[in-house]
Design a protein around this ligand. Sequence first.
Ligand code: SF4
Length: 300
Amino acid sequence: MKPERLRTRIIKPFDPWGSPLCTCPPKLSLDPYTGCQHGCLYCYASSYIRDFHRCRPKRGLVELVRRDLRRIPDDALISVSNSSDPYPPMEGRLRLTRRCLEEFAERDLRILIVTKGDVILRDLDLLQELRAAVTVTITTLDDQIAGRLEPEAPKPSRRLEVVEELTAQGVPVGLRLDPIIPGINDASIEELIKEAKVAGVVHVVSSTFKPRWDSWLRISEAYPEESEELRRLYFEEGRRIGRSWYLPREMRLRLMRRVRETCEGLGLTFATCREGMPELHTAPSCDGSHLIPMRKGSLK
Ligand code: SF4
């Protein structure tokens, strides 16, 4: 499949701005919603999506998905979502992501869901029917930190329950430990990975915080004390790559090695996201798409 040649409207080739640091396999991307309700301070999607925090459904979503699916070959990988969360609280009422999954279920596609939302548990029946895997983002076990960093998202303990329930029902789950922000959520990485393993994750993809102008403003306002050191690390010692600022490479390497060593000790596979460190990866894919079952309905 050459996704870039597909003339589609809403299921688009995943294009992380042509970043040489992205190691994702070729895939398509669908965001059922524009914007997101979870309000994560570190979110980068708010830098390129207008009015990001006013989450709204895509107009004519299901019709557009149906139309695009006519052009998409079987076995294509569709990632849901990359610039929003497919399970914001309003999905409980609107059921749009569910309707997309129902359309996918008519086909033999590979589906990767990326979420923090517990509404996903409603769709267990479809996830078992599809060729699907899920990555759940958890950045800390501490409710206070999470409450400040991701104010509207389910608590970390609830996300662990989501992992537990999905894996108990046979749906493969990876952990997105993303982003790690030094001085804010890096202290208990090891405990977080251990808890995630107990809940059932088999793969971890991790990344350091890469601020853009608006996410930097939000973080520095919420964490005035920590922001002095972060300012030095990012804007004096770090470097800008594309539209994002990166920590010094040595520091990113140390953090990613910490995650990798913990994963190795627990028998989990590991990959980084947009760090330019594919040599650290122990998994066939970074995003967790290798967890997707070979055959439809194999989980039932
Ligand atoms: S869940 Fe994802 S898309 Fe939504 S605000 Fe948080 S980081 Fe952004």
